[in-house]
Design a protein. Sequence first.
Length: 304
Amino acid sequence: MSSSSVSDASVPFASSGPPSSSDSPASSDAFTPSDAPVPSEDFWLTHPLGRISARAWRPGTPGPGVTEAPPIVLLHDSLGCIELWRDFPAVLARCTGRSVYAYDRPGFGRSDARTGLPSANFIAEEAQEVFPSVCEQLGLSAVVVMGHSVGGIMAIHCAAGHADRCVALVTLAAQTCAEERTRAGIRATLKSFEDPAQMARLARYHGDKAAWVLAAWGGSWLGQDFEGWSMTGVLPQVRCPVLAIHGDRDEYSTTIHPDQIGQYSGGPTRIELMPGVGHFPHRERQGDVLGLIQAWLPRTEPPA
């Protein structure tokens, strides 16, 4: 994919948010958000890699005798952080009636800077070393794990490695292999950061860690160690229900990724390929994505 095919909207912090309903017609399953506020709370968590910033959105307290449904834990993308989820966590909490948690991975957002670049095994390491620590400190024993892009890959690893904690898995534009379209899209986007204005936007969210964030992204995905990377050996270990949402115009991937999630996952899997949608389905078609999640989640729960 040439650099000219990567639009400004493919850079997460360059987007102004999800299109309006006039730009993106909602399907009959779309969720229409209300104006009711959802309170949020910030936390500082501890980890050997440094302090981790986390946030919770809670739609309300269940009534007497009502068991709260497992909360949703969000894992952000390669350039992302809590703030770049924008209003999605709050609206997700409101439409599902579940608490939603997100955290800045070590080195990102408000979390402490890291001294070195992540290893080639950084995706599995997030699931092995960071995710369980975050859940334990937040008191989360059963969760729906959801991630966007590389966060979706990490979410797959979390579901595979923590079956006792992860009761359901949702992926948004997750990759399952390092195809050339992915690597070409990354190279093109990295080149766009030669523009100081782009770097300034990134620094608004990551501060003086912005250069590290870019180096971590390019150094992992474009490195030789990543050329043969694949999730086909991990997906069969996922036994919980899976909802995989992908756009058919994703700037960074073809439909091989949702196809492989459907083919190799070890549990019941639903694939939603959204026509005309790129790498950010939760922004480009927020109402439709929320409607899919809202309708699917109750089906993942065992009968009362």
